[in-house]
Design a binder for this molecule. Sequence first.
Ligand code: PLP
Length: 465
Amino acid sequence: MSLITNHMPTSELQALDAAHHLHPFTHGHDLAKKGARVITRAKGVTLTDSDGNEFLDAMAGLWCVNLGYGRHELAEAAARQMKELPYYNTFFQTTHVPAIALADRLAELTPYDLNNVFFASSGSEANDTNIRLVRTYWQEKGHPQKNIIITRKNAYHGSSMGSASLGGMAYMHAQGGMPIPDIHHIDQPHWWAEGGDMDPNEFGLQRARALEEAILELGEDRVGAFIGEPIQGAGGVIIPPETYWPEIQRICDKYNILLIADEVICGFGRTGKWFGSETMGIRPHIMTVAKGISSGYAPVGGSIVCDEVAEVLNNCEFSHGYTYSGHPVTCAVALENLRILDEEGIVEQAGSETAPYLKEKWESLADHPLVGEAKVIGLMGSIALTPDKASRAKFASVAGTVGLMCREHCFANSLIMRHVGDRMVISPPLIITKDEVDQLIVRASRALDLTHKQLIDEGMMKAAS
Ligand SMILES: *Cc1c(COP(=O)(O)O)cnc(C)c1O
């Protein structure tokens, strides 16, 4: 199984890594103690580490490798572009062919009149752009006080100051002085954790109406936009009740509020259609894109805005931009990714063939004694771990303890599945085959069994009587 490798031994790599590399979302002490897993190669849905172990990557990296690993066409597109024009900027009235072509392609792929792209290199940057863009839009329209953006608790919109302020992660806000002013958080539509005895659809309406209440409380003349992920990703793959988005849309329309759909995860096939907005019936004024736009092969992101917003914005010079906005190499890679997704029918195949197959298999995990709910939409899914299904109880241990336990059992069984607190989430490459889905389910079931056994052994859960 282990191919010949010419790198230093894993333990040396880990020691160097711990000595000099500061990692995102990682506790430094854990890193020094255990060492990081060193991933060296990947193909299709399979990752290989520095010891030759193979893993089925049910997370597509960080929700981004929609096309799967190892597509050399993207490497060739990057090499071609690097030789021809490795860099030029798009500031001060200049442009280049890859940025033109990608903007044009995105205008074609996105629904409605989302025809105008402002490029960034990541989702975080794109959402920072959105904050300034929305506020500049209202300023240009003569309503500079309409600068509050309403968002949701447990949302994820990125890690920079602006985007993490839009996010609703309390543990992130606790570090570094967030949220920035004029960002307002309302409750999320997470029925399983917060719906109590309410009917899910009633609950969906109630949580959508929290937006209306916030607008009335803050003042219609103060609120400029609402932002939401069509389906919350990093918050735990939370699929809102079907009543939620239509009500949000009605409220945004009624109060003249811009609607921003953060499609960074949902976009480019993840939900079984090209965009989550199509799956959930949302008509946004602005879409945030990143991740799947290039399948993670190069850092690209952007804000795609509707014609009316672009028109107003074009009345001024928007004093905003990144050195790498519309970087030619990353645009060329994204174009090649979109070409393959389209020409090979990968989005359609994922939506019409793989998604229903995954749904049937994934939902069967709900029969496991540890699983409270198993939900999936397109190729993103989650399961809630619980000591008691009937009451949808939480574990007495600190949230995330049991999830982490399960994640470690997944690793030991050659599966990469992430935990968010005590929820397990998946988001595999769209090219995953039915056989690979079967493998995923077998390994996930085994990890659940082992977690269940460990919980009983350690007295954290009672065995069924
Ligand atoms: C990952 C993510 C972001 C941030 O994107 P980065 O490229 O990591 O900056 C923003 N929004 C959503 C919904 C995401 O999942």
